[in-house]
Design a protein around this ligand. Structure first.
Ligand code: B12
Length: 246
């Protein structure tokens, strides 16, 4: 392994923490071969994806049990802005080292029929080893559960890449039972689902998101119940979590 690239990665992760990021890791994009992107050749010339996460505030997430709150809606927007800011700064740093950088927006739905962005941040984070794909389809991290929002910067710098973690949802049904749309199908995966529909009834999820828009101060596509209830994200729940494991 090129030691200067290892120290570059460490310098990058330190910088990310200084800019307000909580999680950072690198994925080898050959692990993403076959994933849908927009444009289709988005990953060409980018052997690495830097995956970055910002933790959501427990004070916002803990009270959410069956519907989003106005505080969550605003936090969602603020954290997206912070992620886009960090991605821009990471891009600047990678370019100052002579690399190419392509930041993907934190939240940018390109197609409202297929509900797809230019690249799945969860797929990059999963392959970088930041967490596993939970039954909710969310990226569940060992540190903060799914209480993280994500962003990705593609680069041609050959930074040392991580490896996926073991899925630790086991027999847990908490998100399945809490989803107000009944959209989570309680299916398991070792690495990732072949299609989203294996895990989530997307139409039911979207119908719920549309219903949420009728609540006061809730803009489109906000829910957060599966994010909030996951035992991996709940503070002080690590002991009782043992009983949820196989
Ligand atoms: C479109 C979108 C939606 C749509 C569709 C949701 C969905 N399940 O895909 C709607 C509007 C319904 C939605 C809802 C929500 N969303 Co949303 N959404 C997005 C967005 C903008 C794009 C997702 C996308 O393109 N998916 C494409 C599909 C194919 O990919 P995928 O779902 O990641 O899953 C596949 C791949 O990961 C694959 N995979 C992994 N590795 C590999 C490797 C290979 C080779 C292959 C082939 C596949 C593969 O496995 C999965 C199955 O195929 C992302 C931001 C982004 N750019 O990623 C946010 C994002 C996924 N949403 C997020 C959140 C939090 C939510 C909500 C909780 C709403 C809210 N914030 O209140 C709900 C949760 C719904 C749920 N349980 O799934 C977060 C997730 C954070 C996390 N911890 O995981 C994201 C990442 C935004 C962010 N910047 O953090 N969302």
């Amino acid at each position: 392994m090129n030691t200067s690239l290892v120290s570059s990665a460490e310098a990058l992760f330190d910088a990310v923490r200084g800019w307000g990021g909580d999680l950072a890791a690198v994925a080898d994009t050959t692990r993403l071969a076959g994933i849908e992107t927009d444009p289709a050749d988005l990953l060409a010339g980018y052997p690495r994806a830097v995956s970055l996460g910002v933790r959501l505030a427990d004070g916002i997430m803990d009270p959410i049990t069956d519907r989003p709150s106005p505080l969550y809606a605003r936090h969602y927007q603020n954290v997206n802005a912070l992620l886009d800011h960090i991605a821009a700064r990471v891009s600047g740093l990678l370019q100052s080292w002579g690399g190419r950088a392509l930041p993907i927006p934190a939240s940018h739905i390109l197609c409202e029929e297929r509900f797809q962005a230019s690249l799945s941040h969860k797929a990059a984070a999963l392959q970088a080893g930041l967490g596993w794909q939970g039954k909710s389809l969310l990226l569940v991290t060992p540190q903060y559960g799914p209480r993280v929002r994500l962003v990705t910067v593609l680069t041609d710098l050959d930074l040392p890449a991580g490896r996926p973690l073991q899925n630790r949802c086991a027999e847990c049904t908490v998100c399945t039972e809490a989803c107000p749309a009944g959209a989570i199908l309680n299916a398991s995966t070792d690495l990732h689902y072949a299609t989203r529909r294996e895990a989530v009834d997307l139409e039911a999820c979207v119908r719920q998101l549309r219903r949420n828009e009728r609540l006061k101060h809730i803009p489109p596509y906000i829910c957060g119940v599966c994010v909030a209830v996951c035992p991996w994200g709940r503070p002080g729940r690590s002991a009782s979590l043992e009983t949820l494991r196989l």
